[in-house]
Design a protein around this ligand. Structure first.
Ligand SMILES: [Zn+2]
Length: 468
């Protein structure tokens, strides 16, 4: 035998036995995995820690098992002989031989409503919330489980809520103040009007639990029967009462606006250039509709977010000042936009348009702190002044701005000049009064008697109103 032959044979036999050995090892490993590679007990958390279960109590359940995933999650409420299953979920875990893949059912986050709203049989006394999460087992090993148990009293009494203001008269699109008293268990109170929420505040100088809220009946809510004073406790028990003594519907004035190429050519490219979030839709009209619709909504969200930082203080003490100018357009005009004889859009105009000379000085309507000074979409160069407790004024289309964010301004102080920036053709001021971001009619806030009767009388010394 040649040396080369022997070498060749060694070369041909060795790979076969090696492959066989590897196969046996692999088979053993696979068998071992299938038999013994169960998941771990899932990590399980239930939040928040609440002192009780109430009418509408919501818990958050976090469960995770990153090895083979969850196979089940169950939430039960137990009171005496009653066991009510609130959530029952099953999941497909990862097969045990898949070693380097994350399981698709690796984690779950659930909001679970637990209160009497979902379990009407719930009575006062104690109840137990039991949450069980299951991991993955094998044919030999049981599925590992985790359990969280919380036993709490059931508390179904809402906070006490007592109306202190009389003569709450409000008009559609108009504002009001209301003073009330809440019990010690209240954690959130205010006025709910349709989709809007107007938060309450501690009444300065008031007694324990004395609160007040500025609120409005939104310009597009023609029925005030759903406006409620509300107080809620930490476990979702809510007291809600109607409190409006008199409501005046104030329907929209309708207005038709002819959209011309000349107008669009003047405003659209300018706004597109300063709003990089807008995409070019290809035509002047499409771009214009995008500005009038999507950008308008986005701007309104900015104003609502701004209101959340409003100072809890009365930064004003006398009537709001109106710029001396001609009124071009009033509050809550429902505008129909017509282009080439066809209706192309419909929007609500929610401020006053005031036109004077070009680049006229704009006075601050009242004392406050500048909350925004800069470019704001359809409003162009804009100043927003915070007057406290969610009450703000907005000045749009300015040619120049003379104040900075955070600066205190006095009533009547010049904050800049009128212009035609943003969605405007001629030089004018767009003026809005905002209550927690919702535009309300400025007419009331310009009216000394209205403030004295509707606001100052209710708030008393807390506001310290000086009639002019
Ligand atoms: Zn306007």
């Amino acid at each position: 035998m040649h040396l080369s032959d022997r070498r060749r044979r060694r070369h041909s036999i060795a790979p076969i036995s090696l492959a066989l050995a590897l196969l046996v090892i692999a088979a053993l490993a696979a068998g071992g995995l299938v038999t013994f590679r169960s998941g771990r007990p899932p990590s399980l958390e239930v939040e928040p820690s609440l002192p009780a279960i109430g009418k509408h109590t919501v818990f958050k359940v976090f469960a995770s098992e990153p090895r083979r995933g969850l196979t089940g999650l169950r939430v039960e409420l137990v009171q005496g002989a009653l066991t009510k299953t609130l959530v029952e979920r099953t999941y497909l875990p990862l097969p045990p031989w898949m070693l380097f893949t994350a399981p698709p059912s690796g984690s779950e986050v659930l909001d679970v409503a637990v209160g009497r709203d979902v379990v009407p049989q719930l009575k006062s006394g104690e109840a137990t919330l039991r949450v069980t999460a299951l991991g993955a087992g094998t044919w030999l090993l049981r599925a590992p489980a985790s359990e969280q148990v919380k036993t709490m009293p059931v508390r179904l009494t809402p906070p006490s809520l007592e109306l202190k203001s009389q003569f709450v008269y409000v008009a559609q699109g108009g504002s009001e103040a209301v003073v009330y008293r809440v019990g010690g268990t209240s954690v959130k109170d205010g006025v709910r009007a349709g989709e809007y929420w107007f938060p309450g505040y501690a009444l300065p100088g008031g007694g324990e639990g004395d609160r007040f809220a500025f609120f409005a009946v939104p310009y597009d809510l023609a029925d005030a029967s759903e406006v409620r004073l509300v107080a809620t406790d930490d476990v979702g028990n809510e007291a809600a009462m109607p409190f409006i003594a008199q409501f005046t519907p104030r329907p929209f004035a309708n207005d038709t606006i002819e959209v011309t190429d000349r107008f669009m050519e003047a405003v659209v490219p300018r706004i597109m250039a300063s709003a990089p979030e807008l995409e070019d839709k290809g035509s002047l009209l499409e771009n214009y509709l995008q500005i009038n619709g999507a950008l308008r909504r986005k701007n309104s969200e900015v104003l609502t977010a701004l209101a959340e930082k409003s100072k809890p203080a009365f930064l004003w003490h006398s009537v709001f000042q109106r710029m001396a100018a001609k009124r071009v357009s009033a509050f809550a005009d429902r505008r129909t936009y017509v282009y080439g004889g066809k209706e192309v859009d419909r929007q609500d105009h929610l401020g006053f348009d005031l036109a004077s000379t070009q680049q006229a000085n704009i006075p601050a309507a009242n004392s406050g702190v500048v909350a925004l000074a800069g470019y704001l979409g359809i409003y162009g160069n804009t100043v927003v002044i915070d007057h406290g407790y969610g009450l703000m004024t907005l000045y749009g289309h300015m040619s120049s701005i003379a104040v900075k964010e955070g600066e205190e301004v006095a009533r009547g102080q010049v904050i800049g000049q009128t212009g035609a920036t943003g969605l405007a053709l001629g030089d004018h001021l767009h003026f809005s009064v905002l209550l927690h971001g919702l535009p309300v009619t400025p007419l009331e806030w310009w009216d000394d008697h209205w403030i004295a009767d509707r606001i100052a009388l209710k708030l008393g010394a807390a506001l310290g109103y000086e009639a002019l």
